[in-house]
Design a protein. Sequence first.
Length: 502
Amino acid sequence: MSQYQRASTILLLNDTYLIGLIMAPVIIFLAGTIALTALAWSGPDDVDFYRKKARLAAERLDWQSSIFAMETLMTIEPSNRSLQWDLAMAYKKSGATDLFDLSRTEMAPLDRPGFGPAHRFTAGQILEKLEQAPPADPSVQESMLKQSITHLRNSLVDQPGHAESAERLADLLLALEDYSGAVQVMNTVPVASMTSSMKIRMAWATNRENPNKGLETVNSLASALESTATKADALDTVRRAHADSCELRGNIPASASIWIQLFKASRAEFRKTEARRHLARLHTRRADEFFNRVPRDYSGMAEAIFLGLSINPAEPSLLERLVKLANPSEIPLESPDDSGIRAKAQIRLNEMLAQGVAPSLLHLLLGVEYHKARRQDMARLHFELSHRADPLSMDIANNLAWYMAHTIPRDPEKALILINAALLRLPEQANYLETRGQILALLGRHTEAITDLEKATRLMGSTRAIHTTLADCYTRLGETELAKRHQSLANQKNIRPKTPVQ
């Protein structure tokens, strides 16, 4: 072979080597593209293969293999949200929390609806933290509660009528006393999909409007619900429904017992507030039952009141009944045996006043009780103490203004200042207008008094006090016929002898 031929051969080999180096990445790229294309166009057999592979790996707790299989499936079904959520949960179980958080945030954004199960999971995580280890800051707790409600609402946008989301959301709304909102949410669930607990909570929430219908629903579901609610692993939503069921059927002690357990078990303040409110209502209802018996059972009434106050010391309905039981105006007792119970109630009342528990409300209630017993000196004293404790309360200011104008030492000018301040905030409040009208009449400002008193009459109806004062004002203004007309109305037997004191 000549040198020229050898040189040509060497050059040819070098060119072939260079071409190979250049083409190799291209071939690899094309092969990968073809493989991915083939994978993307793979048929049901391939999808089933990888699904089975992911499932079997998960059963072995081999999360890496399960994740690999699901990531492969995602290239085949990139818009499959259920698969995407399963992959996110596999990330979580494998310890890849960053990948999980990224996926969860993408699938359950707070500002818009995403994937229903992701929203539901996120809401559950927030509530679990809120109820088991709540932050000390109440504003942070409130923010977390709002977030969980938002996620549940977003879940229902993605999956309308989803029973679990609706029941969780309705439970939170009921805890916040949004009864109409809870009913509205539960109404979105088809009847066939509603759980027994949801049906009973629906009956409880609507009980005010149609008690008979609610009771009929409860009676048909009570046994099945009770067997579920008494299990150790029963959900709180089911236990609350059981408590509502007992209440609707009149078993107040059983309902109270359940709510006490729920109160002790939860750390979240909104849950404790919910339990306090329920227990206060139940003990108030129980106290009224004892009071309405023939003969009255003051012992049972006292026990119900004291139990309720031990959980919710500032509950207005219980404090009102405590004041009545204490009998501060010394109305004659029905039986000498009741004196010991009344004495205990008086001791409890005085202790609460000394401890500063709801002082404005307690003094207001005491003032009203003394007013009814015509003990004007004591009524005025307690209205003054109530106003000192809460100078911004308009109801208290109204009562005190009336007493300052009508009892010794009279001070109608200061009374007018008080009632004017109340009417600045509620200019259409009928009993405030009556109070001011009566005070203006005492000050000799008869035309202004007539304006207030006639407006009060239109808003609240006739009372003897209003017509008597109007008759006097018209007489002083020389309007004889109008004065006679109002005096005639004041003399009617069926007219209310009401005063502005509430």
